[in-house]
Design a protein around this ligand. Structure first.
Ligand SMILES: [Zn+2]
Length: 480
């Protein structure tokens, strides 16, 4: 009989830092090597590799190109890893750019913080006193550009659904996770016939109702399923209708020919917003707005959807396979450089600017706000989960001023919300994915979620599927 033992080194009781070591018939395979995010402390934790000899790993497998799953891959060369990194063809397309961009950002941030020139911004609630510059620690670089290139040279693209042998008696197979282009669940299979055992990692799962992406696929069997639980305790808001929310802002603002600023993450939300705008354009509801996608990574994400239509919802996939470009419309402009982004500063009216970051804590979105947030004809369209107390949360909850490097700017822009654009499965989607297995899994392991989310999902799995459930802590071992 084959042996599979899982050892957990990240995303246990939290939603970032995904990293699990799989001991499989004497081999060692690392599944995901993601960044811890959300605080300075998390970034410092990311600098410390798991207590594992990375130089002797058999292979690394990556579920998708979000940095909480792949953001530390660039550390591998530094610790002597010379093996292969397996990913879907879609993720393999995105990973080199993600790693290069991460190396560039780390280097820029290191020097800005060393010489005290790091830009900063905060939103101020009514009555809140402006503050001085935050004390930002100088964080060492995890890896350099050369390491990102070394990693890129080790990536092996594997098509969805194809069994790929990664060692003498070990295979992997990717299943579409419906989360972002390239995102997959991965099945690791040890041995064959009576000796066969398998473990499935869900990776991040998407929702079944996405009009942009194909729904998640459930594998057939697994001795252990490791499932994410980002939204393990949440259910989608009933009646949410993002097209209606966006159309309402366009209709209300069109008289002003306003600038509409939309904070987005480059992989996922940005493509969803462009898709919804393409639908509104087809209905004649885009009004006179031009749309500026101000993120080279988001543009690359758009192109990846055309190149890998297997990740698209059926109607869009058919259109792309027929040679059409269903997400494109004449008013859509791709901005690929800082110079093009800065040219938007002079944009007086009539534009929708989609830029990162989605939490509005970094990136070009801050410059767009600094230039425009004091204008009454500007709208800021905020969607999705926002960490409490963060920039977007404060703007959504009545912040009346912003502070940019010490300069105070009044908030006169109107803040609008768009609901129902989460790229993550909710609790019902997670259950549906588990129920889609041909046989109930031997054990369900819940990670990549807060303890509240994990516990809520665990209760449903135990009562509705009757499976044993584990919620690992850092360093825990679980045997199949
Ligand atoms: Zn993700």
């Amino acid at each position: 009989m084959s042996e599979i033992v899982l050892e957990f080194f990240g995303a246990v009781g939290e939603v970032t830092g995904s990293c699990t070591l799989v001991h499989v018939n004497g081999r060692r395979v690392l599944v995901d090597f993601g960044l811890f995010q959300g605080s300075e402390d998390a970034e410092i934790r990311s600098l410390v590799p798991p207590p594992v000899d990375l130089s002797t790993l058999t292979a690394v497998v990556v579920t998708h190109a979000h940095i909480d799953h792949c953001g530390r891959l660039g550390m591998l060369p530094k610790y002597g890893f010379t093996g292969k990194i397996y990913a879907t063809t879609g993720t393999a397309d995105l990973l080199p750019r993600v790693l290069r961009s991460s190396a560039r950002l780390q280097r820029m941030r290191f020097f800005e913080r060393t010489d005290g020139t790091a830009p900063w911004a905060r939103a101020l609630m009514p009555g809140e006193e402006p503050g001085s510059a935050p004390k930002l620690p100088v964080i060492e670089r995890m890896f350099e550009m050369a390491d990102s290139k070394d990693c890129a040279s080790r990536i092996v693209p594997v098509p969805l659904g194809k069994e790929c042998q990664i060692a003498d008696d070990v295979w992997i197979r990717f299943w579409n996770a419906g989360h972002v282009v390239g995102a997959a669940s991965v099945e690791i299979i040890a041995g064959s016939g009576a000796a066969r055992k398998s473990v499935v990692f869900s990776g991040d799962l998407g929702s079944y109702g996405s009009p942009l992406l194909a729904p998640p696929e459930s594998p057939r069997h697994a001795d252990i399923v490791v499932i994410e639980s980002t939204n393990g305790g949440r259910r989608r808001e009933p009646g949410a209708n993002p097209e209606r929310d966006i159309a309402a802002v366009l209709a209300e603002a069109s008289g002003d020919r306003a600038k509409i600023i939309v904070p987005c993450f480059a992989l996922g939300r940005a493509q969803q917003i462009v898709h919804r705008l393409s639908v509104l354009r087809a209905r004649g509801e885009l009004r006179n707005f031009n749309v500026y996608l101000d993120s080279p990574m988001a543009v690359h994400g758009m192109e990846a959807l055309y190149k890998h239509p297997e990740y698209l919802a059926p109607a869009l996939r058919s259109a792309v396979e027929a040679g059409e470009a269903p997400l494109w419309f004449p008013e859509l402009h791709y901005l690929l450089s800082k110079r093009e982004s800065m040219a938007l500063d002079g944009l007086v009216h009539g534009g929708i600017v989609i830029a990162g970051s989605g939490f509005m804590d970094a990136g070009p979105i801050l410059r767009h706000l600094e230039m425009s947030v004091d204008r009454e004809d500007v709208r800021v369209l905020i969607g999705g989960y926002q960490p409490e107390g963060g920039m977007a949360w404060k703007l959504s909850n009545g912040a009346d001023r912003m502070q940019f490097n010490g300069r105070i700017v009044p908030v006169r822009a109107k803040i609008a919300r768009v609901e129902g654009l989460s790229g993550h499965a909710d609790q019902d989607d997670l259950m549906r994915w588990l129920e889609g297995f041909a046989d109930a899994p031997g054990r369900v392991v819940i990670n990549h979620g807060t303890d509240e989310g994990r516990t809520a999902l665990a209760t449903r799995v135990r009562t509705e599927l009757g499976c044993p459930v584990s919620m690992p802590n850092m360093g825990d071992l679980i045997t199949a």
